[in-house]
Design a protein around this ligand. Structure first.
Ligand SMILES: [Zn+2]
Length: 281
């Protein structure tokens, strides 16, 4: 079913049945975010940045053989429902609380565009959420159609990638920048993004309102990233079910993807499209 994420064996009636645990899952998800956010809701969160920050605990990951382990293919029913927009604020998702052996790959920005990255994503058959920035892809937006064909989706990572937008911009300027990318994505990829990733990771309640008003469903952050050829974990030292992994279209794409693949296979997790799991395709 490569390239056809709509063929995921999701059961809508069962998904509705799963609403029973929705409350608990939502609390768990938002608790983590709130804890990180601090006492003042309006205070910008200094979430993990996009920059390479090697940690002492991280160890180099061996490059896996592409054929070492077959991709796990299991049918499952999502056991997490995306929290709704409440009080005009889009929810913030850092990790999916799930019992299923799944992991979500997200790839940001779009600066470096190599045929190798297309080939590797196809070889591993990874669907990914691509949080692209207009100003970094405008030289060759068509490049990303290959990933779309493989089952990935383009999401919103703003027009200008202002990592200080939370501090520097008010509500309307944030909305304008987000809507600019919404329209650009629609024009070039035929779909309005449903998910937003803040440049640098910092967000605020003003941003949450802007995201909702720009027509998106959630802010997506992360607790694990593939960076400089190795995995970097905010929690623990391996991938966990439901982790959202941050990567970038950088020169180290192959090394980063190899690190992710080794961690994914070691953890026995299947790479699933986040939008599929959240029902926001
Ligand atoms: Zn970025």
């Amino acid at each position: 079913m490569r390239g056809d994420h709509s063929a995921m064996p999701f059961s809508i009636p069962s998904r509705r049945a799963a609403l029973g645990i929705f409350g608990a899952s939502m609390v768990a998800g938002l608790t983590a975010c709130t804890a990180a956010e601090g006492a003042e809701n309006s205070t910008p969160v200094l979430a993990p940045t996009d920059t390479a920050e090697p940690t002492a605990s991280a160890t180099p990951t061996p490059t896996p053989s592409p054929t070492a382990t077959k991709r796990i293919r299991r049918s499952f029913i999502p056991d997490f429902q995306l929290p709704p927009i409440v009080g005009g604020l889009a929810p913030v998702i850092t990790k999916i609380p799930t019992k299923h052996p799944v992991v979500f790959l997200t790839i940001d920005d779009g600066n470096i565009k190599t045929p190798e990255s297309v080939r590797l994503m196809a070889e591993y058959d990874y669907p990914a959420s691509l949080f692209l920035t207009r100003d970094t892809i405008a030289d060759n937006p068509a490049f990303f159609n290959a990933f779309k064909t493989q089952g990935s989706l383009v999401e919103n990572h703003t027009v200008t990638h202002n990592i200080n937008m939370v501090r520097q911009w008010g509500y309307q300027q944030q909305v304008n920048d987000m809507v600019g990318m919404q329209e650009y994505a629609l024009q070039h990829y035929g779909r309005r993004p449903t998910l937003f990733r803040p440049p640098g990771g910092a967000y605020s309640n003003v941003m949450r309102q802007a995201v909702a008003d720009a027509g998106m469903k959630a802010i997506i952050t992360w607790e694990a990233k593939a960076n400089a050829g190795k995995m970097d974990y905010q929690v623990g030292n391996s991938l966990r079910p439901g982790d959202i992994v941050l990567m970038h279209f950088r020169a180290e794409f192959a090394a980063d993807l190899a690190a992710f693949r080794a961690a994914q296979l070691a953890a026995g997790l299947e790479v699933v499209l986040l939008e599929d799991f959240l029902g926001v395709v």
